[in-house]
Ligand binder design. Structure first.
Ligand code: 5AD
Ligand code: SF4
Length: 480
């Protein structure tokens, strides 16, 4: 029996945060106008979901959201550490926000998320950004009300960064979701994989799974509230449950959630190829609500590089896996992440990557130039290729995928697809007034009468581009 390493934050500690929220709320109720908060999120969907929790806590404390940082009384920047580019952008934007204090010294500026979990970054904030009030790491998110209250009560600037406190999970705190019919639903946190290029395991701690009953309860609430497109989140959802020791894996969880009645779609990300299984594909194929969409990053098509990345699969086993997935779901929408220019990557290695791209026939590819992350094993691996060579490979990769993308989009011409309307389109022609997503997550611009956000409609595709499909409505209805 595997030991249950996940630990719920004790109820008393959650109650303490609720009490701090109450105190801040009473303080804010005395102000002549409701105070405003502004949040900016960098990085992945998990960060977006975390920001929704911060926004939920701020709303509970009497703050109202604004999209204008200049007006805000509290500013929160939720940061990303995956690539250097995002870190540079964060510091650029912090320069702008801290200037707001020139005219409004009482604005409270907060930084949180993966980037601040690194010591060299907190040192830089301490030295060069004296106007940042509260810095809190990924494991301190649920302490936010307490930290804000302390600062409002006049404490010195706060640096609340802790190591991984044995995989804590905090339940029962508020959340303010972005408007629309889409919702994130975190099923687990952290990562145990230690891919050698990646900073995530260091800044988000070890894998810990939420209890299935808590996830199911949240799903039921979301469905009852009218959310129709629900994405299960985890750095590697395929290792869900390993730490719970209750004999439940991700496929079992999916099947349990799929049994919840209602008109909604269930997606998930991200899957790691090393533990994506045939059982998972069968569960997806047999599900009522589960979208035939799979994000299965392969990162590189060279076995030598995959080994140095510590990915745990080969080019051949990966290709066999996606062939199996397509066997179960011929209509599968497949996407992937690729890193170009990993230390020591040769032209031959890169040709392997192009080969997987051609064979995989992806609908969407997320491509990245390798970014050195200090503290990761890859940061000290010898590198041969020049920046120009890496950029050239990157450009060739984009070009190869562009051709495939166009062909894949064209293949949808005249097909009938079920689309969930999730917004108004910004199409200039004024004909395709709405936009939505197919079961597989593809973007469709839609024309038709009496359309509303949250409608499931059947659409026939009459035009395609690289960016989107264009269709007209044949009828309405959810098919499951
Ligand atoms: N450099 C470039 N890309 C990276 N990713 C993760 N770490 C790095 C890095 N150091 C990419 C991987 C991962 C995605 C979320 O970000 O492709 O799947
Ligand atoms: Fe990073 Fe690998 Fe974990 Fe993904 S699976 S978060 S790439 S270490």
């Amino acid at each position: 029996m595997i030991e249950n390493t996940s630990r719920q934050v004790p109820k008393e500690q959650i109650a303490r945060q609720l009490d701090c929220m109450e105190q801040v709320s009473r303080h804010n109720a005395l102000l002549p106008e409701k105070p405003l908060f502004f949040c900016q999120t960098f990085g992945c969907q998990q960060n977006e979901a975390d920001t929704e929790r911060i926004a939920g806590m701020l709303a509970e404390m009497g703050y109202v959201r604004t999209e204008d940082a200049q007006q805000a009384n509290v500013i929160v920047v939720n940061t990303c550490a995956v690539r250097e580019h995002a870190e540079k952008r964060v510091f650029g934007i912090m320069g702008q926000y801290t200037h707001i204090k020139d005219t409004r010294s009482d604005v409270i500026i907060c930084m949180c998320g993966c980037m601040v979990q690194q010591e060299h970054i907190t040192e830089k904030i301490k030295k060069s950004y004296p106007r940042v009030d509260i810095v809190f790491g990924t494991h301190m998110l649920w302490h936010f009300p307490e930290l804000l209250l302390q600062r409002l009560n006049g404490s010195k600037r706060i640096f609340a960064i802790s190591g991984d406190p044995k995989g804590e999970i905090a339940e029962g705190l508020p959340v303010q979701r972005d408007a629309g019919c889409h919702a994130w639903l975190s099923i687990m946190y952290g990562c145990n994989n230690f891919c050698t290029y990646c900073i995530v395991p260091y800044v988000r701690g070890r894998e810990r799974s939420r209890r299935p009953e808590d996830i199911e309860a949240e799903l039921r609430c979301l469905v009852a509230e009218g959310y129709k497109d629900i994405t299960l989140l985890g750095q590697n959802v395929n290792s869900y449950g390993k730490d719970l020791g209750i004999g439940m894996d991700f496929s079992d969880l999916l099947a349990r959630l799929d049994a919840v009645e209602g008109e909604y779609r269930l997606r998930f990300m991200t899957s790691h190829p090393k533990d994506a299984s045939e059982k998972l594909f069968a569960t997806m194929a047999n599900g009522k609500h589960i979208s035939h969409q799979l994000h299965l990053p392969f990162q590189s098509g060279s076995d030598a590089i995959l080994k140095r990345m510590n990915r745990g699969y080969t080019k051949e086993s990966y290709l066999a896996l996606i062939a199996k997935a397509k066997e179960y779901m011929p209509d599968l929408v497949l996407s992937s992440d690729i890193i170009v220019g990993f230390p020591g990557e040769t032209e031959e290695d890169f040709q392997g990557t192009l080969d997987v791209v051609r064979q995989g026939q992806y609908d969407v590819l997320y491509t990245f130039l390798y970014s050195k992350r200090s503290g990761t094993p890859a940061a000290s691996m010898p590198d041969g290729a020049t920046p120009e060579e890496k950029q050239d490979r990157f450009n060739r990769l984009l070009k190869t995928q562009e051709g495939i993308n166009q062909q894949r989009q064209d293949a949808y011409q005249d097909r009938e697809l079920s689309v969930l309307i999730d917004g108004l389109s910004n199409s200039k022609d004024g004909i395709y007034t709405h936009c939505g997503r197919t079961d597989g997550g593809l973007l469709v611009l839609v024309r038709g009468d009496d359309l509303h956000i949250g409608d499931f409609v059947d659409v026939v595709i009459e035009k395609t581009s690289l960016r989107a499909l264009y269709g007209s409505v044949l009828g309405k209805g959810y098919h499951g």
